[in-house]
Design a protein around this ligand. Structure first.
Ligand code: PMP
Length: 413
């Protein structure tokens, strides 16, 4: 007899675990804690006046308001798909509204892609480290994860090719300012990855929520843009393997829950059916508001965020340079929200977090959570998106002092 207190869950759900890290991070919601843990936008930059005006205008127009609060099509609100198409085309992607599906955030896009491709035991390729939310959601479909290490230009090609030989269903990458590592895949590496994808017939899911948060160096063409160019060349194989996942969460606000997928028409048609089966459609009202905001304040938001987050990134990098022990290494991201630390092997970052919260009131995310396989426990993710530069400097100095003490103690032991 099934016991109602311990139901027999599907295996992918039974295997879901709240992490020890999440338990530790519950302790940080106190004003005295300087937290580098949350990888979220600073709410001080949400365009609240524009949101207020957009809702007022919507409610003042009865016909539009009725449309906004009614059911709508699973593909998504057409004007918003048209705006997204224009955005993608401006970035050299050969998008079309009928090949764009609106999802409830990029997270739902990843869920649908996992559902569309993965059967238990199927191989799935990810960078190591990789976005925790992707590891979690793909994990519910019980794949066999193949992790490919990264260098400063992106995933390592020899290891990627070895992974592709195992016939994975797809390869998931965050090409710009990866969450958690901050690494941006170079143009040369992107071209080589795309060539490998076409040689082995592996779909590339490119997750691009941070691409607008670039603080230096020119934008690098996405896999989808490079593939659009390839598909115009004579002798191409005619296959569309790049799948672009986008989001308005980081530029406007996550609460609207607007993400999207742009890819091959056959794939999008299947995903529309998944969307229908899952939640019918994303909130019509939110899509209408997002469409208005995207058209009126996307550009100004990007300008505002670039300036503010760049200052914070610079403050964190300068403080690390000034005060951190020389045997700790870190990435220098061109954008995004994250810096990745690698400590000497003797440091376990989960233990360090417990001490940091207790003794110096500083928090970060230990890196182990970001590995699908073979966790590196001497790594950590710092986010610089929240907090003024002065507070960032203070937190990094405190963390540096704790690390100096620990490393000294380890050497003495
Ligand atoms: N992908 C990556 C790499 C992310 O960092 C996030 C948010 N932290 C998401 C997807 C999900 O974003 P959303 O669902 O808000 O669009």
């Amino acid at each position: 007899m099934p016991n109602p207190a311990s139901p027999s869950f599907a295996q992918g759900v039974a295997e879901l675990r709240a992490s020890e890290i999440r338990e530790l991070l519950k302790l940080i919601d106190r004003p005295e804690i300087i937290s580098f843990a949350g990888g979220i936008p600073d709410p001080a930059f949400f365009p609240l006046d524009a949101i207020d005006n957009a809702y007022k205008a919507l409610l003042a127009d009865p016909a539009k308001a009725r449309e906004a609060f009614q059911y709508s099509i699973s593909e998504g609100y057409l004007p918003l798909r048209q705006w997204i198409t224009g955005y993608l085309q401006a970035n050299e992607i050969d998008a079309a509204p009928e090949r764009v599906l609106i999802t409830s955030g990029a997270q739902q896009a990843l869920d649908f892609l996992g559902r569309a491709f993965i059967e238990p035991g199927d191989a799935v390729v990810m960078s190591a480290p990789s976005y925790l939310g992707a590891i979690q959601v793909f994990g519910t479909f019980r794949p066999r994860f193949i992790s490919v290490p990264m260098d400063t230009d992106g995933v390592v090609l020899t290891e990627l090719e070895a992974a592709f030989r195992q016939k994975p269903k797809f390869c998931y990458l965050t090409p710009d300012f990866c969450n958690p590592s901050g690494v941006t895949t170079s143009l040369k590496r992107r071209k080589a990855i795309l060539a490998l994808a076409h040689r082995y017939g592996v779909a590339i899911i490119e997750d691009c929520p941070y691409e607008e948060l670039r603080y230096e160096n020119p934008r690098i063409a996405s896999f989808s843009a490079l593939e659009a160019d390839y598909l115009r060349q004579p002798g191409n194989d005619g296959r569309r393997l790049a799948i672009y996942v986008g989001s308005l969460s980081k530029v406007l606000t996550p609460a609207l829950r607007i993400g999207w997928i742009c890819g091959d028409a056959t794939l999008i048609n299947k995903l529309v059916l998944l969307k229908q089966a899952s939640d019918l459609h994303s909130s019509t009202a939110n899509q209408i508001i997002a469409d208005g905001l995207a058209r009126t304040c996307h550009a100004s938001q990007v300008a505002k965020l670039r300036k503010a987050y760049k200052e914070r990134r610079d403050a964190m990098l300068a403080a690390l340079e000034k005060s951190f022990p020389k045997d700790v290494t870190w990435t220098r991201p061109d954008g995004g929200m994250f810096i990745w630390l690698e400590f000497p092997e003797s440091i376990d970052a989960t233990e360090l977090l417990a001490e940091a919260i207790r003794d110096i009131q500083v928090a970060f995310v230990p890196g182990a959570a970001f590995y699908a396989n073979d966790q590196k426990r001497n790594t950590a993710r710092l986010s610089f998106s929240l907090g003024e530069p002065e507070r960032i400097r203070e937190g990094i100095e405190r963390l540096a002092a704790l690390l100096h003490n620990k490393l000294r103690a380890n050497r003495a032991a």
